[in-house]
Design a binder for this molecule. Structure first.
Ligand code: GDP
Ligand code: MG
Length: 161
């Protein structure tokens, strides 16, 4: 049984995943995209951009008072990001599991951060942490015309409904 109140709408959940500058520089984009495809999620938006500090401070508004905040903005704006929207059942929670703990030193092997990272300041990927947060972040980074509604031909091999 889907754990959502809205039945089929549960497979329409969306999250924002970003390959951070270190991930792009280290040529990890393909491997990260591959993990989400392989799991069965559907890609509904993708672009590469160099983010402004203004956009990044909106994205990370909850962290403005942290002492590492200036370093975070500097790192995140240092070179391009690849940002994506992935869709599927429970995608927000499952992505957080696939990405691993914020600090790669504590992230489990098999997670993106646990396989590709070593220090909290360079943790390779971003993943939204709640359904509401994902909605806010998707609106911040994507125009609605950049998000594609499409039918995946293996849908019935992935889901019952
Ligand atoms: P996330 O949701 O797992 O990405 O973690 P948070 O929302 O708590 O923090 C956002 C981002 O800030 C992290 O992914 C790191 O890039 C960065 N960050 C968090 N804690 C630290 C820290 O102690 N030092 C530094 N340099 N960066 C940090
Ligand atoms: Mg976060």
């Amino acid at each position: 049984h889907y754990s959502t109140s809205s039945g089929i709408a549960g497979v329409r959940e969306r999250t924002l995943i970003a390959v951070k500058p270190d991930g792009v520089q280290r040529r990890l984009v393909g491997q990260i995209v591959h993990r989400f495809e392989q799991r069965g999620f559907k890609l509904v938006g993708l672009k590469m951009l160099k983010a402004s500090e203004d956009l990044l401070s909106q994205h990370y508004h909850e962290l403005k008072k942290k002492d590492f905040f200036p370093y975070l903005l500097c790192y995140m704006s240092s070179s391009p990001l690849v940002i994506m929207v992935w869709e599927g059942h429970n995608v927000v929670q499952t992505s957080r599991m696939m990405v691993g703990s914020t600090n790669p030193a504590e992230a489990n092997p098999g997670t993106v951060r646990g396989d590709f990272g070593i220090h909290v300041s360079r943790n390779v990927v971003h993943a939204s942490d709640s359904v509401e947060g994902a909605q806010r972040e998707i609106q911040l980074w994507f125009n609605h015309t950049e998000l594609i509604d499409w039918d995946c031909c293996d849908h019935s091999s992935t889901y019952e409904l």
